[in-house]
Design a protein around this ligand. Structure first.
Ligand code: NAD
Length: 498
């Protein structure tokens, strides 16, 4: 396995990128980055604060008003394409960094997350020189045309799950629209983004077009949210933080787009292909290589009553066969929780589920109890994939986002009841439907209050397809041409011909 040796305990340091220069934080501080498979420090990132954000925003503003704005769209496209090409030779290095930083299994980061980053930059390179306005024929006595203009400096705040691909989706769209960016990665998983930042320098981007400042949410993130020269904020993370950003940004009046949490229903009808559905609601739906730390995890599994017992037997068989282990081992199918705070949160729901009257049909153990005290992973943040039954849709375990490998299974009688349960949630990010009845699938898809509906599949995402939520799952969209609009403002120009 290239670029990786677990016996190598040297702590790596990664730098911020501000105004085209790799820099430590202005105050010289560092934040430890923990390998969640061992609980040990493996890297350090700069502890960026408000003065680092000020410097990054100033550089982004200069670049926006200067070289970036003057550049032809095709030239900006060529630079984005170059970044996409530079990802390939760094693929293995980036996959290892992502896996060590947040514990997602190496087979996923190697085959999924990191190659997708290159694809996203190719996609946005293709879009950069295809930005069109329109003309409106209001009257013969005037010409009216509409231009789509960039906003200016965009603040991008990224979570710890899938940091590299969230970065690429947002930065690619923002740059294609002609903006400059200041990015704050999550303090617990910044390293892949700090490496990706270097690629923009190598590609020949003018200094200040892309700036990355690592630091704490309450410091660096807060400074972006409140900065008067940041023209828009694109945020992926929790609903709680979205509320804090909304409050903080209120004085400066700026558009926000939010990709937030979820508690998605994954619904199995009796007429479904049960082999496919059993995989679809377990390893595809939630018990994945990210240990369920996926905003679109199908954490509420609804099963029609006639097949309830059979589906439970099938699900438990699959879940108990999942290989939990070192995320750097290509044989592992699930790794640890990404950070200690989240690990404690997930464990608290294992307790709460039982207190609320649920029965853990499988799993239920966490920490040292998973591998035993002598294991090198005894200090890691591992949680067994756990399926709760016996809880109704009002239980907190069923309603609140756990963000870990914990799902609840609930029975239902008919489509009407399934829709009512699925929609009885503050969230509205995604939904899965497993049925062979085409008419029912379309009727249900229309009735479900969520930004993504999958029929006989789950967790399918693509950089060309808009992605985002309803209700507390956010607003605005990432990916696809629709997301480009979120990084533009519209100007209408009137010319009097009379
Ligand atoms: P989080 O909200 O704790 O942190 C996200 C980012 O916000 C981090 O960079 C953090 O440092 C920053 N932040 C924290 N406090 C801040 C503040 N006061 N002001 C500005 N920035 C601040 O979320 P997380 O725990 O990193 O990620 C998990 C959450 O993200 C889950 O709820 C998950 O569902 C959601 N998520 C959603 C999507 C989606 O596309 N809908 C994708 C991935 C994750």
């Amino acid at each position: 396995m290239a670029d990786y040796d677990r016996a190598d305990t040297r702590v790596r340091r990664f730098q911020n990128l501000i105004d085209g220069q790799s820099r430590p934080a202005a105050n010289g501080g560092w934040i430890d980055s923990i390998d969640p498979a061992t609980g040990q420090v493996w890297a350090q990132i700069p502890d960026g604060r408000a003065d680092d954000i000020d410097a990054a925003v100033a550089a982004a503003k200069r670049a926006f008003r200067g070289p970036w704005r003057q550049m032809a769209a095709a030239q900006r496209a060529a630079l984005l394409r170059k970044v996409a090409e530079l990802v390939g030779p760094r693929l293995e290095e980036l996959a290892v960094i992502e896996t060590r930083d947040n514990g997602k299994i190496i087979t996923d980061t190697r085959a999924g997350d990191i190659p997708a980053i290159a694809q996203m930059f190719h996609y946005w390179a293709g879009a950069a020189d295809k930005i069109h306005g329109e003309t409106i024929q209001v009257s013969p006595a005037s010409v009216n045309y509409v231009q789509r203009e960039p906003i200016g400096v965009v603040g991008i705040i990224v979570p710890w799950n899938s940091p590299g691909s969230v970065f690429a989706a947002k930065v690619g769209a923002a740059l294609a629209a002609g903006n400059t960016v200041v990015v704050k990665p999550a303090e617990t998983a910044s390293c892949s983004i700090l490496v990706l930042a270097e690629l923009f320098e190598q590609a020949g981007f003018p200094p200040g077009v892309v700036n990355v400042v690592a630091g704490l949410g309450a410091e660096a993130g807060d400074a972006i949210a409140g900065h008067p020269d940041v023209g828009k904020i694109s945020f992926t993370g929790s609903t709680l933080t979205a509320r804090a950003i909304t409050r903080r940004s209120a004085e400066a009046i700026k558009p926000l787009s939010f990709e937030l949490g979820g508690k998605s229903a994954n619904i199995v009808f009796a007429d479904a292909d049960l082999d496919a559905a059993a995989i679809g609601v377990t390893t595809m739906g939630i018990f994945n290589g990210a240990a369920g730390q996926s905003c679109i995890a199908g954490s509420r599994i609804l099963v029609q009553r006639p097949i309830y017992d059979e589906m439970i037997a099938r699900m438990v068989k699959i879940i108990t066969g999942i290989r939990l282990g070192d995320p750097m081992d290509a044989a592992s199918q699930m790794g640890p929780i990404a950070l200690d705070r989240q690990f404690e949160k997930v464990k608290s729901y294992l307790d709460l589920g039982r207190q609320e009257g649920g029965e853990a049909l499988c799993g239920g153990r966490a920490g040292e109890a998973v591998f035993g005290a002598g294991s090198p992973h005894a200090g890691g943040y591992f949680v067994q994939p756990t399926l709760f039954a016996g809880l109704d849709n009002q239980a907190r375990t069923v309603r609140e986002e756990i963000f870990g490998p914990v799902a609840c299974v609930l029975p239902f009688d008919d489509a009407e009841e399934a829709v009512a349960i699925a929609n009885d949630s503050n969230y509205g990010l995604a939904c899965g439907l497993w049925t062979n009845d085409l008419k029912r699938a379309h009727r249900m898809a229309a009735a479900i209050e969520a930004g993504a509906v999958w029929v006989n599949t789950y967790r399918r995402l693509h950089w060309a397809v808009p992605f985002g939520g309803y209700k507390d799952s956010g607003y605005g969209r990432d990916s696809g041409m629709e997301s480009l609009r979120g990084y533009q403002q519209t100007k209408s120009v009137w010319v009097d011909l009379a």
